[in-house]
Design a protein around this ligand. Structure first.
Ligand SMILES: Nc1ncnc2c1ncn2[C@@H]1O[C@H](COP(=O)(O)OP(=O)(O)O)[C@@H](O)[C@H]1O
Ligand SMILES: [Mg+2]
Length: 210
């Protein structure tokens, strides 16, 4: 059983390394199938994001990617998630990492009582090794009452268990309170404290990148 021979040293035995390389390739192939066509190409990551991804399963902080519309937040998040996954197959490998991916609008829809499997959605969002929420502030009006409470439960569980979240958002964490509520905003501030990355530049969709 490969786990039994998992070394703690950075110089694992060749059989273990071969097994690990196969698992990594397999996981990356599967993940690549989930990436939307527009974001499939790996792009260069800002140093702070690269440093965040390198910790793999050891990462307990969340990553908050902010910046104006079209600057490359979603693309950066997809590349970062793939790099994080690759880094999980290091010498401290534990098991195949699970990544949950949602646009905020569809996450909030699924969490509604009449949504499609709200209980299962919430459970998966709480327990995944990495949760990726795209465009957190896009759902500006929908997370009220019930949905905001479900969102709180997800963030509180991830906060307590120190499970990372990647978020893209066109407002800063401190401006999120009216959208996600004060309890989620407070937790988010601590979860992302060292990893709020402001992407600079113009709207790449209109040729505005520097
Ligand atoms: N570093 C990059 N190099 C080349 N193209 C990029 C890069 N970052 C983003 N893009 C492209 O720019 C466009 C907008 O990126 P996107 O991530 O959707 O922006 P945002 O989420 O900030 O609104 C997309 O076509 C994307 O593929
Ligand atoms: Mg986006």
């Amino acid at each position: 059983m490969p786990f039994a021979s998992a070394p703690d040293s950075p110089n694992p035995d060749p059989h273990w390394q071969h097994w690990l390389d196969e698992r990594r390739t397999d996981a990356l192939d599967k993940f690549t199938k989930r990436i939307p066509a527009r974001y499939i190409e790996s792009i260069p990551l800002p140093a702070k994001v690269e440093q965040w991804t390198a910790a793999g399963m050891q990462q307990t902080d969340s990553l908050f990617l902010t910046g104006h519309i079209g600057v490359g937040k979603t693309h950066t998040a997809w590349t970062a998630a793939r790099e994080w996954l690759a880094a999980c197959y290091g010498h401290a490998y534990r098991s195949n990492p699970v990544i949950e991916i949602h646009r905020s609008t569809s996450l909030f829809d699924s969490l509604r009582p009449e949504g499609d499997d709200p209980h299962g959605t919430s459970k998966r969002a709480k327990e995944a090794d990495l949760l990726f929420i795209d465009d957190l502030a896009a759902a500006r009006v929908s997370p009220t009452g019930w949905t905001q409470e479900r969102l709180y439960e997800i963030f509180d569980e991830r906060y307590v268990q120190q499970r990372p979240v990647i978020m893209t958002c066109d407002v800063l964490p401190r401006e999120l309170e009216p959208i996600v509520g004060p309890r989620v905003a407070s937790r988010l501030a601590e979860m992302c404290a060292d990893h709020v990355v402001f992407l600079k530049g113009g709207d790449r969709r209109t040729g505005g990148a520097r």
